[in-house]
Design a binder for this molecule. Structure first.
Ligand code: ATR
Length: 282
């Protein structure tokens, strides 16, 4: 019987996970299908019960459910539990277990695309949701020295700072108000990352002045649709290095695929499918 995989989130119009995973399934010729499950807020618990009943093999979790899905699962692996967010769920003999492949996917793509070594660096991160947690965790694991977090809801940034301090006592985690992103010393920042949905098709830009960063600063966006977000466009115009969200999408997806199927995924095929789907979406 065909094994069912999919993605849970809301909204999912921007997502290209279906063509990305279907390209891997077709290439390998394995008996799986990957589907989109656009679940309304309030229906998540019910959806998880249904997935179990239907013996779904696994699914990705995306905005805005990476944290709120956790209590509905039967277990969470140690790493995802430390991060405090789940982007991958695997059905293991009827038990739904949560994993997180976002952060490692992000850092791998960052290194590959920009050559930036996170060790000793100072980072300005916008956003404090589930994706932000994973990205911050992996950057600190890779040796980032200082992470400054700004979020629309300040309490959420404060809570993330407290969380990070528990695991990375040798590094500095600070939170600032959203308007303060234009008053801190930009010259000292090596990497700016957007982890919010701002910049995604139709959603607004981030209110950050990019004119006084050093030229070797990397501006990174985990939003991948469009590939060139308004933030990245302005960064390019300001002469800064840019890092788009496609690489993180591919690497987190490839690792999820390996967890579900036990098979090494064809990463290049997945990347081509993502780039093709994003062109067609435009
Ligand atoms: P995910 O789990 O995928 O990261 P999330 O936990 O809902 O999704 O996090 C979304 C992030 O985008 C949060 O930082 C959120 O800010 P709040 O904590 O204030 O909600 C941010 N975000 C979403 N829409 C936003 C908007 N219109 N303006 C500013 N920030 C926004």
């Amino acid at each position: 019987m065909t094994s069912v995989l999919g993605i849970v989130g809301h909204p999912l119009d921007h997502s290209v996970s279906v063509p990305m995973h279907m390209s891997a399934i077709f290439t390998l010729g394995i008996d799986y299908v990957y589907m989109s499950f656009d679940i309304l807020p309030g229906n998540v618990a019910h959806a998880v019960v249904q997935f179990k009943k239907e013996h779904i093999k696994g699914f990705n979790v995306t905005i805005p459910y990476k944290e709120i899905i956790m209590p509905y699962l039967d277990g969470v692996d140690e790493y995802a539990s430390r991060v405090g967010a789940v982007n991958t769920v695997n059905n293991e003999n009827g038990r739904l277990k949560g994993y997180n492949t976002d952060g490692t996917g992000y850092v791998k793509s960052l290194r590959e695309q920009t050559g930036l070594d996170p060790r000793g660096k100072k980072v300005l991160m916008i956003g404090a949701g589930g994706a932000a947690k994973a990205v911050a965790f992996s950057l600190l694991e890779a040796g980032v020295q200082t992470i400054i977090i700004a979020n629309r809801t300040p309490e959420r940034a404060e809570s993330l700072c407290r969380h990070l301090k528990i695991y990375f006592s040798g590094a500095s985690s600070q939170c600032i108000g959203m308007p303060d992103i234009n008053t801190i010393d930009h010259k000292a920042i090596n990497l700016v990352i957007n982890t919010t949905s701002l910049g995604m098709k139709g959603a607004g830009d981030i209110d950050i002045d990019l004119t006084d960063f050093e030229n070797d600063t990397v501006v990174s966006d985990i939003v991948y649709n469009p590939l060139e977000t308004p933030l990245l466009k302005r960064a390019g115009q300001a002469g800064l290095k840019t890092h788009d969200g496609a690489g993180m999408l591919v690497y987190q997806g490839a690792e999820s695929f390996r967890i579900w199927t036990g098979v090494q995924p064809p990463v290049d095929v997945m990347r081509q499918a993502v780039l093709r789907a994003l062109q067609e979406h435009h």
